[in-house]
Design a protein around this ligand. Structure first.
Ligand code: ASP
Length: 350
């Protein structure tokens, strides 16, 4: 016989879940801690698996014209295919996440690479990170102003230096010296981003745009060798000042991969994800407790929500399960795996 008990879901509504009467009686008697029933299971274990995101934000159904919505879905499918093709061909998780992220960096619709938002001064300051779950090697860059694909600079930090994190002028010089393609300001001068910046400057509101001009991009993957990788790339937040750096390039906050648990890429109000050490926190819970990756991701997103943060995460587990967790009305996202799953989505109800 079942009764029901309420628990808060990520939108903050009450969600009713069955719980056994025995567990309820024990809980009322204070005999044991009642565990919430599991969240919906993520897809089955798979040999290779990839999940991508193109940012989370206030997009609800009807927010975009149908043609624009289709463009986003097509762009996500293209990025997903770039990563999936590599994994299906026996390539590495690192190559797959890099390829998926590069497709989205080149697409002006996302807030990364070409479509990066403008800082308070009207520049593009791009951040990116990669992490290899097999070795836990990582590379990150912040404040790049001319690199066409910041994910390549992050990977070069990981593979070609003993360092993990380079920033601003030094990171720009490094990127150039490594022969990574640079682009002129015109490449990044997307009119819709400039309009967002002008609106921001005209309103002079707050520290930064809390509406989240969706579009930070990320990818996580498991390859057929069982290795995980994560990559995240962003222009940050419209109107950011003083060299502000969000969570995306901060290893453990917006990006993390560990073959012993999972790979995670985040998007959202970065300061909260840094304070939660979100990506590492999810992987640590999976490694050190009995929760699965979906449960860990949901719990960490709930804590971020309680602090006042918005956004979401994508993950793949060490067994190739993939999933998402977000507390915004929508998140551009997609996933594919060796079991034949291939899907993209935008809204929470998708
Ligand atoms: N997390 C990014 C940042 O705080 C922004 C985003 O994901 O939209 O820089």
């Amino acid at each position: 016989m079942d009764v029901t008990t309420g628990r808060r879901n990520l939108e903050g509504h009450m969600m009713w879940k069955p719980m056994s009467i025995i567990a309820m009686v024990l809980a009322l008697a204070g005999c044991t801690t009642v565990k919430d029933p599991p969240m919906p299971v993520s897809p089955a274990k798979s040999e290779w698996s990839i999940a991508i995101h193109g940012g989370a934000g206030s997009m609800a159904p009807g927010r975009f014209k149908p043609e624009r919505e289709q463009e986003y879905r097509d762009a996500l499918a293209k990025a997903l295919k770039a990563g999936s093709d590599i994994l299906a061909g026996g390539g590495s998780a690192m190559d797959a996440v890099e390829a998926a992220v590069m497709v989205m960096e080149d697409d002006p619709g996302f807030n990364a690479g070409r479509g990066s938002v403008f800082s308070y001064e009207g520049h593009n300051e791009m951040d990116a990170a990669v992490m290899d779950g097999a070795t836990r090697a990582a590379g990150a860059v912040a404040g790049l102003t001319a690199t066409k694909n910041p994910v390549l600079a992050a990977r070069a930090v990981m593979e070609r230096t003993p360092h993990v994190f380079l920033s601003h002028e030094g990171a720009n010089r490094f990127s150039e010296e490594m022969g990574i393609e640079q682009a002129s300001p015109e490449w990044f001068a997307i009119p819709s981003r400039r309009r967002q910046w002008e609106e921001f400057r005209a309103k002079q509101v707050g520290w930064f745009d809390k509406d989240l001009k969706y579009g930070t991009v990320g990818a996580v993957a498991r390859d057929s060798g069982g290795h995980l990788a994560a990559a995240t790339s962003t222009g940050g937040l419209t109107g950011k000042r003083w060299g502000r750096i969000g969570d995306s390039p901060v290893v453990g906050a917006g990006t993390y991969a560990d073959d012993r648990s999972c790979a995670v890429s985040a998007t959202g109000t970065g300061e909260y994800f840094i304070r939660e050490a979100a990506a590492h926190e999810i992987c640590a819970r999976v490694r050190l407790t009995s929760v699965d990756t979906q449960q860990a991701a949901d719990a960490v997103m709930a804590e971020i929500g309680e602090m006042g943060g918005d956004g979401g995460v994508i993950f793949v587990s060490k067994d190739g399960e993939s999933g998402f967790s977000f507390n915004t009305p929508g998140m551009f996202r997609g996933r594919a795996d060796s079991n034949g799953v291939s899907e993209v989505a935008i809204y929470a109800a998708d």
